[in-house]
Design a protein around this ligand. Sequence first.
Ligand code: BGC
Length: 797
Amino acid sequence: MLRPRYIPPEDIFPPNPWAFEAVRYDARLARELTGQAETMFALSNGYLGIRGTAEEGMPVREAGTYLNGFYEHRPISYGEHAYGFPTVGQSILNCPDGTALKLFVEDEPFIVPQAEILSYRRALDLKAGTLNRDVRWVSPTGKRLLMRTVRLVSLAHRHLAAIELELIAEDADVEVAVSSELENYQPLSADTMDPRLAEGFVGRVLHPTGTQSEGSRAILSYRTASSGLSLGCGMDHSAFAECSIFTELVCNDDSAAVIFRCKLSRKRPLRIYKYLSYHYCDMPGSAQILFQAASTLDRAKTHGFQAILERQRSDVGRFWARADVTVESDNPRTQQTIRWNLFQLLQASERAEGHGIGARGLTGRTYEGHYFWDTEIYVLPFLIYTNPSIARSVLKFRYDMLDKARARARELGHRGATFPWRTINGEEASAYYAAGTAQYHINADIAYALRKYVEVTGDEEFLWSYGAEILIETARLWFDLGFFSDMKGGRFCINGVTGPDEYTAIVNNNCFTNLMARENLRYAVQTVRALERLRPERLATLVAHTGLERSELGHWEEASERMYLPYDERLGVHPQDDDFLDLERWDFASTSEDEYPLLLHYHPLNLYRSQVIKQADTVMAMFLLNGHFTRDEKRRNFEYYDPLTTHDSSLSVCIQSIVANEIGLEQKAIEYFDFAAAMDMSDIGGNMMHGAHVAAIGGTWLALAYGFAGLRDSEGHISFNPILPKAWSAFKLVLTVRGQTFRIEIDHASATYRLLNGEHVGFSHAGEECVLSSAEPVLIRPVGPLRADPGGFSKPN
Ligand code: BGC
């Protein structure tokens, strides 16, 4: 089931710990991996993302320039419609592509696959935050040339991307032309039956609203017909050479080109700096958006490329200081893979303020650019521990969608709020309710992430101002959705939902959902009570705003106390739901490797009537709510569910790794970790050409922090129970807790805790309370060969 589709050969892709790079050109690989390379080399800052296409514009699989939250509506059509099905979806749009810097040497186009290459290196530089390429080749007329490009998507200026091109004729004077382009490709339509891919549009989506062009600058503007968003994108340039450069500009509604021509003298470089700016807003008319795009270009030219590049390097440096994870092992690829993953988290989130984080970040259109539970459960913990202000803004974005979630709850006949399973603008965009709207757990996932954020950062202000309202509305939803069932001894049951495992749908009492709902209800009660004591005036405002009644607290408390949690005495396991254990086991022995993922080869009904699991579900509950299960239960549950799990979702293996770690299955833990970390680098799912798997990437960090470092943080109490896999000799992780930054350095004998920034941080190590302070900034504690049962985990509650 799980297998790497691709192992990067070391002679071409050496395992450089600070770069993902190809150090020589291999025509066959380049042809076969065009799409994968576009994802691996993609650049993004969380607002603007650009796939790693070549400057020549070809070969290309799918050029992509995306802006977080820039989307168009598209109709969702059903063969048979039913009440409450969303009829309008949202799809992230591909913006005009500005990466092209097409080179013509004595009128012959330079295209890598057709050129006689002398040397080649392309690298995603993880320290500088740039995509670099150096190519030396012989032109068709026998001249030797060197071209260097450096591309970046600025972390400091979120609307800006920039490219430096340097061209040197090494052995003779030569006439060259560079056509720098900004191109609005017509929409790509999807020709696939894979439900995960983007639907695509037919016809024009971006309607031109005017252009501006002068000198070496061109700006195009558009408006979307239905979502009502205006887009402005522009390019400007500076060019330098010792010879004269002739510049020509052509511009129309859908494309602009600035052409630079010169006769290069031998060894005298031509340098072109290209600045790209992208803005969108919801105001009609082009004047403002053209102005904004122009302002970004003005600022960029004033700063100049070098200053922008230096700033990028220092911003990325700051990221590594607070988020780096180092692993020493026999396999040098491990460190490179971990850093590439962490760098993707930076790229997906750093400037996402005001938006969510899409399932593929901004590296592809898969899943239409939608935000799922992936953000709260897989990415947010990393942000909470390394960049709390971004974590806050992502949660604030959910708060901003609360009114739409309230409206959706009304539509579904519920009280409170129902957050959409997938969305960009806050409205439900999932077209298949069984694996969409039915995943009510997203409401509890948001509440869970909110709690972790508040407890780890200590930002209670956020809880009072925004979080409490989310909790009230989601608690209302759970109380409305479930009921006290006579058939189940008066227990509170939640029926007709889908848990994380999408191969089992519309079930009663999904164990994960019930547990998460219980936490949501409890936290809501706890928060309202705390408000009553600490911030009565805020509570009064909330009561006025939400109509909260005192009796509701009693209801939520009762529902949480009497929550039905399925347990099978005979097997000693928690059934995934009421019926799961009655289903027939999937016939794995007769399922061939090429039938995975099963969702592409079997009707959902075949999957739903079998014991077969797409992704961690009860195992996920054991990770998120580990205090509910004893160690023995964890082991029995894991042993029951693990063989049934296909990992057809990339969200699965990281979680299995964490739980395997906790119950002492070291080999499984490391194997699953390796799959999670290499999800994209080795194309485990076979679809990374369509974009990076952001949840698996966040899950890789989860497996490092919660798995090998044994981090637990329930109720804000930070504890570690580290264990190093045999294949590693050392492992270091940096975390920030309540503003204090410290590093945990683990080897086979000890764990060293080192305060890097701050004055005081408390935690426990294998059950022993510890404090790092300015007086005692380093603590060394032994690491036992066997993991002790972490305190407080052994008694179910
Ligand atoms: C998974 C979901 C996930 C979605 C987006 C699906 O395949 O089953 O859990 O949210 O992908 O990543």
